[in-house]
Design a binder for this molecule. Structure first.
Ligand SMILES: C[C@@]1(CC(=O)O)c2cc3[nH]c(cc4nc(cc5[nH]c(cc(n2)[C@H]1CCC(=O)O)[C@@](C)(CC(=O)O)[C@@H]5CCC(=O)O)C(CC(=O)O)=C4CCC(=O)O)c(CCC(=O)O)c3CC(=O)O
Ligand SMILES: NC(=O)C1=CN([C@@H]2O[C@H](COP(=O)(O)OP(=O)(O)OC[C@H]3O[C@@H](n4cnc5c(N)ncnc54)[C@H](O)[C@@H]3O)[C@@H](O)[C@H]2O)C=CC1
Length: 224
């Protein structure tokens, strides 16, 4: 039994990684859609719907038409050996378990669709540079989806704008304000400023200008 307290969300650069998915049913399709946005994907299945050929045209995705039950261990190993993550998503548990076993021999991470593997896939919200990941560690995927929909309602476009302001101010403050604690205080003054948030509702430039005024005022206070 896995200890759910040991699952840590991390952001991984997937751009140079390979993900291998077995099965192209509703689950294989959802995983292929998700992962092909981030990494190169290989899907092994008995047959493929048009969605997969569409994805093949759009993203870096390789389709291998094969019955995984008829592939030898060597055949499977050749497909998975350079993978970062393997997702056995057929509806045949025996096949899924065999693929997990072969992956483990190479120390490759697995995402198991019928259990908690080494990796579980969260519901994801992406807005500009903000990434929010939601998981119940397998207890209720529907609840993860539900939470994503609730949280999406409160993430206004101003969130991405505020991140942009902070991203622009940080290098400036690193040059102008020697003390880290002072820099932190100024960034928090901007984050908690109702005027900045209200300004952003009008335009990015308006919010940015108000934030700049805060920075100037604070720097002159700190220097004095
Ligand atoms: C353990 C995990 C393994 C993994 O796949 O990584 C897993 C397992 C299973 N899911 C099942 C069913 C459903 N999965 C969803 C939706 C999502 N499932 C996702 C992840 C995960 N699913 C991992 C845990 C993550 C967590 O806990 O948060 C999301 C978050 C991410 C993604 O896959 O992209 C994505 C939402 C994305 C979004 O909307 O943003 C819905 C909701 C719906 O469709 O409305 C349902 C139907 C309702 C329900 O069952 O809750 C079943 C079959 C149960 C059965 O047979 O009854 C199993 C197997 C089992 O439990 O045995
Ligand atoms: N993790 C998740 O979010 C969810 C997981 N599940 C579980 O995931 C599994 C798959 O579910 P679905 O995609 O809905 O099933 P599905 O029946 O839609 O698709 C199964 C896929 O596996 C392929 N397949 C089966 N045997 C194969 C073989 N020998 N070689 C190659 N390909 C083979 C089929 O061609 C098909 O593409 C089920 O066991 C289900 O319990 C179900 C719903 C959600």
């Amino acid at each position: 039994m896995k200890d759910k307290n040991h699952f840590l969300p991390l952001l991984i650069d997937m751009s140079d990684k390979k993900v291998v998915i077995f099965g192209s049913g509703s689950v294989g399709e959802r995983k292929a859609n998700l992962f092909s946005e981030y990494s190169s994907v290989t899907v092994v299945s008995r047959s493929f719907s048009d969605t997969f050929f569409e994805l093949e045209r759009k993203n870096h995705i390789t389709l291998i038409e094969a019955d995984a039950g008829k592939l030898t261990d060597d055949d499977v190993n050749k497909i998975i050996e350079d993978a970062f993550l393997v997702i056995p998503a057929t509806n045949d548990r025996t096949i899924n378990e065999r693929i997990v076993e072969l992956s483990k021999a190479f120390n490759i991470l697995t995402n198991e669709v019928d259990a908690i593997g080494d990796v579980t896939v969260p519901a994801v919200i992406k807005r500009g540079d903000l990434t929010i990941s939601i998981s119940t560690t397998g207890s209720s995927p529907a609840f993860s989806r539900f939470t994503r929909q609730q949280v999406e309602k409160i993430i206004t476009p101003e969130f991405a704008d505020m991140i942009r302001i902070q991203g622009e101010m940080r290098p400036y403050l690193k040059k102008e304000v020697p003390n880290q604690r002072d820099r932190k205080d100024i960034l928090w003054d901007i984050l908690e400023s109702k005027e900045v948030w209200d300004g952003l509702e009008e335009s990015y430039e308006k919010g940015f200008k108000i934030a700049q005024d805060i920075v100037r005022k604070k720097i002159s206070e700190k220097v004095r």
